[in-house]
Design a protein around this ligand. Structure first.
Ligand SMILES: [Fe+2]
Ligand SMILES: [Fe+2]
Length: 362
């Protein structure tokens, strides 16, 4: 070891004693891939967090039925099966938690509120199944989207004759890593829901309240969602995602929740998506249809009510295996967080032909 190297080693040892590290030593906890660019430069990019993974409805459904008996009372803790990615300590992706929740007929899932933002995508519901959000009772019909934004009171009710079931999505990993988790229970099982058959409208605001903006609806009915998809069905759509619509906050034009983007997409019969990758991660829920999502080293086949995790920066493409039926996918993503900080990137796969249309030099 040269004299300089000795001195450097001695310095690094001394730094470690007082919890310092030379920037040149690198960060062993950093998850980046470093490659050399063509002109001997350096390029760094993220390594995807977690792995592609599917939770099939065939796996979940019998366990959900079992949970109704094994956990007789859902009041104090939600009867929820939380999905975790085999490659992560927490979350279906590194920013999103998803789960399947069920409530017995006659049950109330206790009112509470938390700084974690959440949403429900209804699988089994109908008349008598409601979520009350800050006093507003929202009916939960199949495939409706219901938002429970940060710090809103919410309780769930099932006054129907069969179990209510829905997909939960929450921004737990983000809020947890920022160490911003607050939680409250008022001690009563439910809120007093106001009688509000009309509901709020993003088209109107109160003139007597100067600070008031348009009111945002917290429920996106599947009937309206499907009608919008069908309205655009003949358009070319995205080469990666088909006819993909984003649910927006009608009052701001922004994403449905500040931390969670929500999409609904229709893959036309025989759709063969082109590969791409993006810095956002997503969790897909199959509303209907049969298809597959292909990654670099595996293909995950999906069908109705399966849930699929797509990690950030992982190459993938979607395929509709049916030549006659469209496939419908609901998904949640972390795009709003990334866009807010200028971090969102998307990269379509560029073939060699596109890079060099004249072909290789002789
Ligand atoms: Fe909650
Ligand atoms: Fe994608």
């Amino acid at each position: 070891m040269s004299e300089t190297a000795d001195a450097l080693k001695e310095l690094e040892d001394e730094l470690a004693l007082v919890h310092l590290r030379g920037q040149w030593q690198g960060d062993p906890n950093r998850t980046t891939k470093v490659t050399e660019s063509p002109k001997n430069g350096i390029r760094m990019e993220p390594v995807p967090s977690g792995v592609p993974h599917i939770w099939t409805w065939a796996q979940i459904e019998p366990l959900l039925a079992k949970s109704l008996h094994a956990m007789a009372e859902s009041k104090t803790a939600r009867r929820t099966l939380v999905m975790y990615n085999p490659g992560l300590a927490r979350g279906a992706t590194h920013t999103l938690v998803t789960a399947i929740q069920t409530i017995h007929p006659g049950e109330v899932a206790w009112v509470h509120r938390h700084t974690i933002a959440a949403l429900r995508f209804v699988i089994q519901g109908g008349a008598g199944v409601t979520t009350v959000v800050d006093g507003e009772a929202l009916v939960m019909e199949p495939y409706d989207l219901i938002l429970t934004p940060c710090w809103t009171w919410h309780d769930h009710h099932n006054e129907s004759g069969k179990p209510a079931i829905w997909l939960d999505a929450l921004d737990v990993p983000l809020v947890h890593n920022l160490n911003q988790i607050f939680y409250e229970e008022p001690g009563a099982p439910a809120q007093n829901a106001r009688d509000d058959p009309v509901g709020p409208s993003p088209l109107f605001r109160k003139t007597w309240d100067r600070g008031a903006g348009p009111e945002r609806p917290l429920r996106y009915a599947w009937r309206d969602t499907l009608a919008q998809l069908e309205r655009h069905a003949e358009e070319p759509g995205s080469p990666h995602d088909g006819i993909a619509l984003e649910y927006v906050n009608g009052a701001t034009g922004g994403s449905a929740l500040p931390t969670i983007g929500c999409w609904i997409q229709m893959l036309p019969p025989g759709f063969q998506g082109t590969r791409h990758r993006h810095t956002s991660s997503a969790v897909y829920f199959v509303v209907g249809g049969e298809g597959a999502t292909e990654f670099d080293d595996q293909t995950l086949d999906w069908r109705r009510h399966d849930t699929l995790a797509v990690p950030n920066w992982a190459w993938h493409r979607h395929v509709n295996r049916s030549s006659s039926e469209p496939a419908y996918l609901f998904s949640v993503n972390d795009i709003p967080i990334l866009r807010a900080f200028g971090l969102y990137r998307e990269e379509p796969e560029i073939s060699q032909l596109q890079l060099d249309p004249l072909g290789p030099a002789p």
